[in-house]
Design a protein around this ligand. Sequence first.
Ligand code: AP5
Ligand code: MG
Length: 216
Amino acid sequence: MNIVLFGPPGAGKGTQGDNLVKEFNLFKISTGDLLRYEIKKDTDLGKKIKSIMDSGELVSDDTINSLIEKFLSQKKHYNSLVFDGYPRNIGQAEELDILLKKYKQKISCVLSLKVNNESATKRILGRQICTKCGLTFNKFFNVSKKENHNCGLKYLITRSDDNEKVIKNRFATYTKETLPILNYYQNQKILYEIDGMGEIGSIYKEIREIIHSLET
Ligand code: AP5
Ligand code: MG
């Protein structure tokens, strides 16, 4: 099955996506992670992308759509993708439907994680990412320690867009560009709303129940 994880910055898309990958043997496509990978390569495109991401705006649809087709076209990922942070506007949602049709696939569900801006901001300001293993932790809610993380504290970094100024614009962009997609998927009857304010484990429990209900 293909799953779309939807929600504002800090909703827990990446966190819950990692849980789904582990349990259901899926492959996660985070457009944010793919863009950060491009930035790391320090190409001209990477430099352009960095300045857009650090402003909290959206990277162009052309850039994003070309990244997505690479994965959708691969047989090994057939019907086993989790989209994290994509699609991000109506144009991308429409393009995804065209690509899914081309590769004879569909979206099984769109899981929309609801969180308020205040909590999401606190989560974002506490986020730490391990540059060695790629796992995400949180200074306030999910502290990296020996029991859950072997790499050690020296690999933990903060994303350059995880500061109050950029967060404000990321929320504004989300409200203006991304929220209208909910109607698009509501009309397709594949939208599931989830309370994203609880603990990571209890939110995941709700997600699993939805997935299992789709499988039967
Ligand atoms: P992207 O990387 O996708 O960022 P985002 O959408 O702003 O979302 P985040 O990654 O901040 O949040 P998340 O929902 O993944 O939360 P997480 O699980 O990490 O995009 C970044 C930028 O790239 C965009 O601004 C744009 O410029 C560009 N971009 C990306 N995709 C694009 C596209 N398709 N088109 C155009 N441009 C695009 O959790 C956050 C923190 O909270 C973590 O520390 C986690 O441990 C913690 N946490 C998670 N769940 C809980 C919980 N339930 N309780 C307490 N803490 C929790
Ligand atoms: Mg994320």
